[in-house]
Every structure is written in structure tokens, then in C-alpha cells.
Design a protein around this ligand. Structure first.
Ligand SMILES: [Zn+2]
Length: 333
């Protein structure tokens, strides 16, 4: 199957934490954390629709400015999610600049900020370039089951962890993965094209089987029913799951929340800042050890782990990855 999500670290594992998830066949991306993002091209950053922030220690938030700089002057909306205090902090960042000219631009760039509290409580606010980024539209809501984004193709859930401050971990889940059999298209005299995207959308939103679909045939357009196409050219598989966990103490309460969030993930991005021999230091700083990260991934039945957030104290950062992998695969035990 061709995966829908193409996730990767924004920086090397020694650099600022962050993951970019690009979508197959779509100019769209999601960002997890907003640390230094200079390795990403303006074109890539312009495709970001949602940014999910763990917490606002500087190495997770300094990239906000570059992202906003690229988006100002465009008719776009950026959704931001993060810990309690985020709405004020976004406001403070924006207030550090002068926006007297931006308010006259024809295009309106909007930030929709959601800060996530305990018990599912959430606060929302907007900042529009047209209003010189004055705060507006403040509301509150209660989020059930950690669900932040629910689109036909995918959802994003979160959990709050303890990093001596709240730190948010996230899981991105594709709902169903729809494959098109190329050979079956050939057999039916159908050609690939944008109509396949419309076909997938109709399946994802659950349209009725007798819905007509305009298919592209070798001799022009053909009208086929959705049900017919589902039976003949489509294969539906379980979707992909990608999880992002960073800056969290390794204690039991956190572990339980992490296990629940990352259960069965295909790919887990997880911090490995300290070796197990420095567990005392990891505890003091409310971080995981590499061994603890690998152990949690194993217990959650994760498919693959990507270790990152290496502490600069280790000249050989790969020792952290090795320790995490050994715990993940339960070697040397
Ligand atoms: Zn931190």
C-alpha cells in the first residue's frame, strides 16, 4: 500500500524536536512542535494547516515566527494546538511586532488557537492579520476522548503529560486506507486521474452505494455507481497511525497515558534524551530515558520507533538510539 502520511523529523535527532507529516498526492502538511524549522522550505511550510505544540519551552516554539512570517499576506488559516497558556503566549509573540501595514492587506491570515486543559477543557481564540492580530472570538469547550481534529480522512487525538508543566502528546490516525487496483482499472478500461480522489472522498464520507461517480474511461467519461467501483477497483485496509511523544517524565501516571495514546501506532516519534545510567538526571528534568521510551513502545505494540531529542551531553548520540531500540526489541535482557 502507498501510505497516506509521510512523517519525518524536521531536524537531526540532536536538533530541535519536531515532526512534519506530508500527505500523499496533496499539498498539505501537519507539524508537531514548532522548534527551529529552517530545514523546511517555504513551499513546505506554506502547506501546513495545523501545528500541534507539546509545550512552549523555547526549542519547541521558536519556529512560530518563521511560519507566521511566511503566512502573513496570504488568505490562509493556521490551526494551533497546545498546552494551557498558549493563547496568551501566541498573543505576546504577535505583540512583539508592528502590524500597522498588514491590516490594510487584502488577504487575511488567521490563527485559530486552542489551548488544552485538564479534564478535556479547552479554550479557543482567533488572531486575524486584518485586525492587526488583536485577540477575538474567545470560546470554551469540552473535548471528549482527546479528539482535536476529525476530518473524513483522519483524526488527531491528544493526551496531557507531566513535564513539571503540562506537555501534550499527539496521535494522528488515518480512518481507512483506500487502495485502488491499477490492474483492475486497466481491465475495466478506466484511467487514473483526479476522479479517483473524488471516489476516495465519497467512500470516506460514507456516501450511498448508488451514488453516481464520473469515471475517466479510455473513450471518455463513464457514469458508474459507487458500489460497483467499491467492489471492482477498491481495496480498503486499516489506516496508518503516527504518534508524537516528547518532553515527559517517565513515571507511572504518564506511562499509562502514553500507552493508551500510542497503542498500535505504526510509527512512534519518541524522545530519548538520556541514557538509563543517567535516570536520576532524567527524573530531575522530567524527561524519559531512552530505555524507558523503547520499553513503552514495545508494550504499546508499536511498529517502528524514531528516537529524537538527544541531549548534547552525549558525544555519541546514536548510543541513545541503540539503547531505545534494544529496549524496544528487548535485546540484552
Ligand atoms: Zn521541555
Amino acid at each position: 500500500m502507498k501510505p497516506l502520511f509521510h512523517p519525518r523529523l524536521v531536524n537531526t535527532p540532536e536538533g530541535d524536536p519536531g515532526v512534519l507529516v506530508e500527505f500523499l498526492f496533496e499539498r498539505r502538511a501537519l507539524l508537531f512542535d514548532l522548534g527551529d524549522n529552517t530545514p523546511l522550505s517555504p513551499r513546505t511550510l506554506l502547506s501546513v494547516t495545523h501545528a500541534f505544540i507539546s509545550h512552549t519551552h523555547m526549542d519547541h516554539f521558536i519556529g512560530f515566527d518563521r511560519l507566521v512570517r511566511l503566512l502573513v499576506g496570504r488568505n490562509k488559516q493556521l490551526h494551533l494546538f497546545g498546552p494551557p497558556g498558549l493563547i496568551d503566549q501566541v498573543g505576546h509573540k504577535l505583540a512583539a511586532y508592528t502590524w500597522n501595514l498588514v491590516a490594510n492587506y487584502r488577504a487575511d491570515f488567521a490563527l485559530a488557537v486552542t489551548e488544552l486543559g485538564s479534564g478535556g477543557r479547552a479554550r479557543h481564540a482567533h488572531y486575524h492579520s486584518r485586525d492587526a492580530f488583536r485577540r477575538s472570538g474567545e470560546t470554551e469547550s469540552v473535548i471528549s476522548d482527546g479528539l482535536l481534529v476529525d476530518e473524513p480522512q483522519f483524526s488527531v487525538r491528544h493526551t496531557l503529560l507531566d513535564h513539571r508543566i503540562p506537555s501534550v502528546a499527539y496521535a494522528l490516525e488515518e480512518k481507512q486506507h483506500i487502495n485502488i487496483w491499477k490492474n483492475r482499472l486497466d481491465e475495466l478500461g478506466l484511467k487514473t486521474g483526479p476522479w479517483l480522489r473524488e471516489l476516495k472522498r465519497a467512500i470516506l464520507v460514507g456516501e450511498a452505494d448508488d451514488t453516481p461517480v464520473r469515471a475517466k474511461g479510455e473513450d471518455g467519461e463513464r457514469l458508474l455507481s459507487l458500489g460497483e467501483l467499491k467492489r471492482s477497483v477498491v481495496r480498503i485496509e486499516p489506516g496508518q497511525k503516527v504518534a508524537y511523544v516528547t518532553d515527559t517524565a517517565g513515571h507511572k501516571a504518564n506511562a499509562e497515558r502514553i500507552l493508551q495514546l500510542i497503542s498500535g501506532a505504526d510509527t512512534l516519534f519518541i524522545e530519548t534524551p538520556f541514557l538509563q545510567e543517567d535516570a536520576a538526571m532524567a527524573n530531575e528534568k522530567y524527561h524519559l530515558t531512552a530505555a524507558r521510551a523503547g520499553e513503552l513502545a514495545r508494550r504499546a505494540g508499536v511498529g517502528r520507533i524514531v528516537p529524537f531529542h538527544y541531549s548534547a551531553r552525549y558525544p555519541d548520540g546514536e548510543a541513545l538510539a541503540r539503547e531505545a531500540l534494544a529496549a524496544f526489541e528487548q535485546r540484552d535482557r
